[in-house]
Design a protein around this ligand. Structure first.
Ligand code: GUN
Length: 296
């Protein structure tokens, strides 16, 4: 079997186009422009690239982008004061503090200082609790993007066996909650799981979010399963820099029914869902109906 390739790049372009159309309607009908504030502390090169891409995409869909770059030695009090200011600003509908933060800053404290209604990352403890209890929340962008692609590919997910490899707060745990919300039978596996290969081979839906280059080979995949690769790993091969996922693409694609590539799979969906979340937050803040298909 050769797997169908789930084209995240094209899917994300469609989501961005839908967001842009809704933003144009908001402007024309209500005179409202959604605004996203992104806070970057320090000089982490990968974070700088992410923040630059977020800014460009935000502008491209017609939203306001507010960038706040702070020195690496910024104090916690200073950062918390900025968050308080953004919480109070009615032109800001979404706030994202780029992670990781420098070691002297307490990430939990900082994230939980964001107004949950503006927490477009879905990392605030209130949103985590709302998602876990099946209530309306802001949903973390990467798992939301994975869910959108899975719903698009399968229609209904009810009754499917889903295995999520990885238990991070950013991907693994919220992904499992979302799949459970769609009535999958969900297993969260991780580095200490016994016989991980066999556990994964039980999956109709296999989500790889372990952060280990090409760890999930074809031996982990049930024939015909859908494989979602969340990993983005920079490696060197044959003296060249290369981007690979957590899935060994060639061997997995030979067994799977459908698979997301790296690059061009989950990655582009994360920013598209950040824009979708910002639009959702803006609609909620203004008491307007949320656009369909952009939330969990
Ligand atoms: N760093 C890596 N991924 C993310 C993300 O999704 N949100 C934030 N805020 N920081 C990140």
């Amino acid at each position: 079997m050769t797997a169908k390739v789930i084209d995240g790049k094209a899917f994300a372009a469609g989501v961005r186009a839908q967001v842009a159309a809704e933003v144009a309607k908001l402007k024309a009908n209500n005179g409202i422009v959604p605004g996203l504030a992104v806070v970057l502390v320090g000089e982490d090169p990968a974070s700088k690239v992410y923040v630059k891409n977020k800014h460009a995409s935000t502008i491209e869909v017609g939203m306001n982008s507010f960038e706040h770059r702070l020195d690496a030695d910024t104090s916690e009090a200073h950062l918390l004061a900025l968050i308080a200011q953004l919480n109070a600003d009615p032109t800001v509908h979404g706030i994202l503090v780029q992670l990781p933060l420098p070691a002297h800053l307490n990430s939990d404290l900082v994230i939980n200082a964001i107004d949950p209604a503006k927490d477009v990352d879905g990392f605030h403890i209130s949103n985590v609790g709302l998602l876990g209890t099946g209530q309306k929340s802001m949903v973390p962008c990467t798992p939301l993007g994975c869910l959108m692609m899975l719903r698009d590919h399968h229609g209904k997910l009810a009754g499917m066996n889903a295995v999520v490899v990885g238990r991070s707060n950013i991907v693994g745990k919220p992904m499992a909650q979302l799949l459970l919300g769609d009535s999958c039978t969900v297993t969260i596996a991780h580095s200490r799981t016994k016989d991980l290969e066999a556990v994964c081979r039980g999956a109709d839906i296999l989500v790889a979010a372990v952060g280990r280059p090409e760890m999930i080979t074809g031996a982990y995949v049930k024939p015909g399963a859908t494989v979602i690769d969340v990993g983005i790993n920079r490696i060197e091969r044959d003296g060249k820099a290369k981007l690979v996922g957590d899935v060994h693409y060639e061997s997995a694609a030979a067994v799977a029914g459908a698979i997301t590539p790296v690059p061009g799979g989950v990655g582009p969906m994360t920013i598209a869902c950040l824009l979708a979340n910002t639009l959702t937050a803006c609609c909620r803040a203004n008491g307007l109906a949320e656009p369909k298909g952009l939330t969990a």
